[in-house]
Design a protein around this ligand. Structure first.
Ligand code: CDV
Length: 319
């Protein structure tokens, strides 16, 4: 039995601060209907897809911060999306800000969920790589305070779903080889990634002209090196004065782009993804069992960054 997943990109244009959850959910539902009309079984939405990208603002008021978070999923505002998923038989990936309760304490995560074709949540992911900074940095044109507002997640899990093995990541995660490899080692066949990427990178403005290139480069490398499909979806366009990249795309295990959004608005695009195509890479060039040499990679988990040895160099001396 061939294993195909008709997967759709559910790219969003900007969400301004005054837009309500109800308005945004109506846009998500419209994209799901479009995707269903062309045969989608799964639609992937961006990171923090229910509100504007609020980490661009320094806020101290707890209630103001919490206003961007979801206490429950589904909620009254998001339920119509789950009901539509059930009615149409279209599963979805959705990024949102999660307000969790842990041992009586409030914990904030940048999260995503995977919902199956019956409208049931089957997996949750909490963003591991939180970019940006913790304190107010007024020299920036806009802030990127993910380190302030979110607690990092701790795991990259995979889920049997849509006839294959599905993994999730969020935005900055897509730039890290470890993200894909940890899921690759669990046999992942399709990695779903929502993102919000401002064109302007304050600490490195020389990257600005390359932001779309880096987006594609990282995801194509992740797909090829792990023999899996990668589906990356943007919230794009000018949001509260900040321009973010589009470039949502579906990448095959060969590393080739098979579908891409053209606009920076709400846009749907679809690809018929053959999950068995993963084996063409996972059983040959990237047959981990045959070719990996974990004994040579110990430093990957022993070190976080450049650690200086006793002689002041970061490199290990050969025995
Ligand atoms: N939302 C993100 O994680 N954005 C980062 C930006 C700050 C570079 C990204 O990696 O796209």
């Amino acid at each position: 039995m061939p294993r195909y997943v008709n997967v759709a990109l559910g790219q969003l244009g900007p969400i301004q601060r005054q837009h309500s959850r109800t308005q945004v959910v109506a846009r998500l539902c419209a994209l799901m209907r479009e995707a269903h009309a062309v045969g989608a079984q799964l639609i992937v939405y961006p990171e923090l897809a229910l509100t504007t990208f609020f980490p661009r603002w320094y806020m101290q008021d707890e209630d103001e911060i919490d206003s961007f978070f979801e206490r429950e999923m589904p909620s009254a505002a998001t339920l119509p999306l789950f009901e539509l998923a059930h009615k149409l038989g279209v599963g979805f990936y959705l990024g949102y800000a999660e307000l969790a309760q842990e041992q009586g304490n409030k914990v904030r995560y940048n999260s995503s969920i995977l919902v199956d074709r019956s409208g049931t949540i089957i997996a949750k992911y909490r963003k591991v790589h939180l970019p940006g900074h913790r304190e107010h940095e007024p020299w920036r044109r806009f802030q990127h305070l993910e380190k302030r507002y979110f607690t990092p997640g701790r795991r990259f899990d995979v889920t049997p779903a849509f006839g294959g093995v599905v993994g999730m990541a969020l935005c900055n995660d897509r730039r890290w080889a470890e993200t894909y490899r940890v899921m690759g080692l669990q046999g992942v066949e399709m990695v779903l990634i929502g993102y919000n990427t401002p064109v302007h990178n304050a600490p490195a403005p020389q990257h600005d002209d390359l932001s779309l290139f880096h987006n594609q480069l990282a995801m194509q490398a992740g797909a090829y090196q792990n023999g899996c499909w990668v589906v990356g979806v943007a919230k794009a366009g000018v949001e509260e004065g900040v321009d973010s990249i589009g470039g949502s795309c579906i990448i095959a295990p060969s590393g080739e782009l098979v579908a891409r959004c053209l606009s920076k608005d709400d846009e749907m695009a679809l690809a018929r993804s053959d999950l068995d195509f993963c084996a063409v890479y996972q059983k040959t060039t990237f047959n981990f069992d045959l070719h990996r040499r974990p004994e040579a990679y110990a430093m990957i988990v022993q070190r976080k960054g450049l650690t200086l040895a006793a002689d002041g160099t970061p490199w290990a001396t050969a025995e």
